[in-house]
Structure formats: structure tokens, C-alpha cells
Design a protein around this ligand. Structure first.
Ligand SMILES: *Cc1c(COP(=O)(O)O)cnc(C)c1O
Length: 409
């Protein structure tokens, strides 16, 4: 085999489909988020504002988080030195897991290298614990859940996005005695729409199924203590396994599941993606724990309120200009463009001419024809930056002669 040629073919295929990804090199400036410096391919630099970050609350530069990390770094050094089982469990890991369990009102929690790994490792392991398990998975679930469900070799059913009637049909067609698990998300991050947590929990109770909820885009940001949408809606105790990340609103790195002590004990004991990998550096665990603790407080609530208010302002202003925004009431602000070339062009021009960094979201992340720009306003975006963004969009949208409002529902 000509291996080089095979690689060329694979990469060319992406170019042909307009799906080849290029990274934008940015250097975020601590204390000045969402400001960053863009290092262009030609070596020059430009000041930009990041409008597509997932550090949703700016906790990546929060003094409480950084202080905890400095302290842990000086106290213990760089890495953890092992897997959790072999010398890699420290007091920082135990504290972090206690903080997470408390956040979600569960008996226990288990920290993984990332929420991707937590989803993949947990969902691929559950059929070992519950032989014959059937997993019902929302059609728009994140790639990490899809991979976990796919790899486990067990039975799976895909229900139409947020369609509880379809989910019910699928369950009704299966053996009532078979063990079942429903896997879904609380906020789907491309449209910013909410999953029907209460309805799915009702159904799960009725048919004796377990529930598995990915709260990655909600933790830190919803609920009085930042535990997510299930907390906000009073459903948290009804969800059997909660998955989330420490890398988005918590601003650090890592992922986890929270559940009953017995469930966590079993996952801990059976999931290769947990067992055979070096544990998080203590410094990362310390930072994540400090972030979670801070966001449980009234100070954290102030950040949540500010984020929601900035999101509402941005939506109001973009909508006021007749731009087709997708609004489901969450903190995510997608603007529908509907064409991959226009979407990329808008993103390039925003960056080059206005210092606004927003990545184009194209197929396969979203279906063809629904290409979009996805803005993530945070508490650290000030009104001046919102204003600059709105004016830039106004100018460009006119130049590109995209249909206003026509595209919106
Ligand atoms: C980003 C994301 C993950 C993965 O989280 P990481 O900690 O970055 O690996 C899982 N689920 C959803 C819905 C996500 O958007």
C-alpha cells in the first residue's frame, strides 16, 4: 500500500467537501478574557475578542481557581504520578469527587480525563454491569455518547431528537423485562435547546429504565448552585447518572459522572477508560474543585445572572436587526446562515476586519443547510464588546446580502 497516497486521498476528500478544519492560534490573556491575541499564519498578531469559547463564565481566569491551582502546584508538583489505582489517587482527587457528589446531591462521583472519556467509558461499560442492556439514545447526542454506545456491542435504539413519544414507541417494542437506559442531554449545544428531563424521567420510572444525562453545557450555569438544568427543574434526584465536564463553565479540565455509591463503585471497577490511564494532575483537580465550590455560592449566582442577561441582550439586538437567530432560551446564541461558504466567509471577515472570533459551524457538526455562527456571551463580555459585535454583524450581513428575518422561524 502507498500509505502517503492514502493519507493524501483522505485529506483531499475533506478539502473537496469543504470540511477540512484549520485551527486559529489564539493566546488568551489572563485578567482580560474574552480578549486574546490571534497569531496569524504570516507571523503577525491581532487583538481579538473571543465569541465562541466554552469557558462560559470566565472561570478560567478566576482568582479563586488560580489561587487553588498555584497552591496545589507548589504543594505537590506537576503530575499525579499514576493511575487512580496505582499511586495516582491524591487528597485533591478525593476532595474534587466529594465536591461533585455534593453539587449533584449524589452519594458519589468519579472523575475522568474529560467528559468525552467519561461518556465513552461509562456508556461502553454499562452493558457489562447490566447484561442485555438496551440503550435508548437521543439522535442529537454528542459524539462521545455515540461512541460509547456504539463500542459497547449491546443493543441500541436511536429516538428522534427530544421526541418522547417516539422514545415510548421504541421502548414499547422491546421486552419489558430487558434492562434499559435512556441517554440524553440537558442542553444541546448547537441549537441551545433543552432536553425534556421531566418527561423522560417520568417515562423511565414508568418502564423501569435508568436515566443518563449529559449536563456538559449546563453545569455551573443553571440551578441555584450551578448543578445544571436538572437542578433548576427539580429533577436532579430522579436522574441515575449525571455526566459533565470540568473544562467548559468550570473553566479547567476533566470530566465526571455522579451517581449512587454502588453505581460509581461498579463503573470505577469495570471501565477501562477509567482504570488504565493516569489520573488528573492534582493542580487541575484543585482548580476544578475551587471553581465548583465558588459557583455554588451567591457570587456564582451573580455570574449566572450576568451571563443570562448578556445572552438576552445579544439575542434582542441581533433579532432587532432582523437576523435569524435560533432562540430556545438558553445562554447559547446561534445565528442561522444556511450555507457553508457564506458561513466561513462571515467568520473570516469578522476575524480579519472586526477582531471578532467566532468559528463557523458547518456539516457534519450540524446538518447541511443549517450552517451557523454560534456566539457564547459570558459575564466577562462587556456591553461595549456586545455593541461592537452587533455593529460588525450588521455591516457584514448587509454586505453579504443575506436574507434577514426570512430565514428565521
Ligand atoms: C464538549 C462535550 C463533551 C466532552 O467534554 P470534554 O470535557 O471537553 O471532553 C461531552 N458532551 C457534550 C455534549 C459536549 O459538548
Amino acid at each position: 500500500m502507498d500509505y502517503d497516497k492514502a493519507l493524501d486521498t483522505a485529506i483531499q476528500r475533506l478539502h473537496d467537501e469543504g470540511r477540512y478544519r484549520t485551527f486559529i492560534d489564539i493566546e488568551r490573556k489572563r485578567g482580560q478574557f474574552p480578549h486574546a491575541v490571534w497569531r496569524k499564519p504570516d507571523g503577525s498578531e491581532k487583538d481579538i475578542t473571543v465569541w465562541c469559547g466554552n469557558d462560559y463564565l470566565g472561570m478560567g481566569q478566576h482568582p479563586a481557581v488560580l489561587a487553588a491551582m498555584h497552591e496545589a502546584l507548589d504543594a505537590t508538583g506537576a503530575g499525579s504520578g499514576g493511575t487512580r489505582n496505582i499511586s495516582g489517587t491524591t487528597v485533591y482527587h478525593k476532595r474534587l469527587e466529594a465536591e461533585i457528589a455534593d453539587l449533584h446531591g449524589k452519594e458519589a462521583a468519579l472523575v475522568f480525563s474529560s467528559a468525552y472519556v467519561a461518556n465513552d467509558a461509562t456508556l461502553s461499560t454499562l452493558p457489562k454491569l447490566f447484561p442485555g442492556l438496551i440503550i435508548y439514545s437521543d439522535a442529537l447526542n454528542h459524539a462521545s455518547m455515540i461512541e460509547g454506545v456504539r463500542r459497547n456491542g449491546g443493543a441500541k435504539r436511536i429516538f428522534r431528537h427530544n421526541d418522547v413519544a417516539h422514545l415510548r414507541e421504541l421502548i414499547a417494542a422491546d421486552d419489558p423485562a430487558a434492562p434499559k437506559l435512556i441517554a440524553f442531554e440537558s442542553i444541546y449545544s448547537m441549537d441551545g435547546d433543552f432536553g425534556p428531563i421531566r418527561e423522560i424521567c417520568d417515562l423511565a420510572e414508568e418502564v423501569g429504565a435508568l436515566t443518563y444525562l449529559d449536563e456538559v453545557h449546563a453545569v455551573g450555569m443553571y440551578g441555584p448552585r450551578g448543578a445544571g438544568v436538572a437542578e433548576r427543574d427539580g429533577q436532579m434526584a430522579r436522574v441515575d447518572i449525571i455526566n459533565a465536564t470540568l473544562g467548559k463553565a468550570f473553566g479547567v479540565f476533566g470530566g465526571y459522572v455522579a451517581a449512587s455509591a454502588k453505581m460509581v463503585d461498579a463503573i470505577r471497577s469495570y471501565a477501562p477508560g477509567f482504570i488504565f490511564t493516569t489520573s488528573l494532575p492534582p493542580v487541575v483537580a484543585a482548580g476544578a474543585a475551587a471553581s465548583i465550590a465558588f459557583l455554588k455560592t451567591a457570587e456564582g449566582q451573580k455570574l449566572r445572572d450576568l451571563q443570562q442577561s448578556h445572552a438576552r441582550t445579544l439575542k434582542l439586538r441581533l433579532r432587532g436587526m432582523g437576523l435569524p437567530i435560533i432562540d430556545h432560551g438558553s445562554h447559547i446564541v446561534p445565528v442561522h446562515v444556511g450555507n457553508p461558504v457564506h458561513c466561513k466567509m462571515l467568520s473570516d471577515m469578522l476575524l480579519e476586519h472586526f477582531g471578532v472570533y467566532v468559528q463557523p459551524i458547518n456539516f457534519p457538526t450540524v446538518p447541511r443547510g443549517t450552517e451557523r455562527l454560534r456566539f457564547t456571551p459570558s459575564p466577562v463580555h462587556d456591553p461595549k464588546q456586545i455593541d461592537a459585535l452587533v455593529r460588525a454583524m450588521d455591516t457584514l450581513w448587509g454586505q453579504c446580502a443575506l436574507n434577514r428575518a426570512e430565514l428565521s422561524a
